[in-house]
Design a protein around this ligand. Sequence first.
Ligand code: SF4
Length: 209
Amino acid sequence: MTPPAHTSPLPPDGALAELAASCAACRRCGLAAGRTHVVVSRGNPRARLMVIGEGPGAQEDASGLPFVGRAGQLLDQMLASVGIDSQRDAYIANVVKCRPPDNRKPTPEEMAACRPWLAKQIELVNPAVILLAGATALEGVLGVKGGITKLRGQWRAGEGEGLEGRWLMPIFHPSYLLRNPSREKESPKWHTWQDLKEVRRRLDGEGRP
Ligand code: SF4
């Protein structure tokens, strides 16, 4: 059986609860107006792997948890295929914590307004590896714009803003994979599986990005 990959110390007592309470009261950007819940996180705050997506969709907004709709289920399955349990071995969050209307991409201003919350999560959880799910996560976290098809699967060393010493891996967003279900060699799903195997190796301390 694949061993779990969670060995980080727990964040200070109460720090994540305090952060969640601050997020719940946040009205720093216009997305506050349309939300049902502020969606902060799910998973294990001791995990060495953090997954960052774009923002909440309808089911996430309704439940208050990130990645719980069909895309989240696919993410869970794909992580499980490399021995990563999304609740035990990962801490999952988004670039923006309130749902953008009609599931549109968050604006640069909205991402910047929400960035301090994400930065605090990264500081508290202290992940060794961060998986960036989709082009918006890549843009929101590293400021890198471009097609995810070209950028996925390449390790990036974190620099500045609390990212030093962390390794970041962009992957296709699971919503894109739902629209492209082929598992054939060189398909987006196949590439994502290779990327996740690489992430697993990194968490296990093997391989050099
Ligand atoms: S998206 Fe982020 S910055 Fe905007 S209101 Fe929600 S928690 Fe605050």
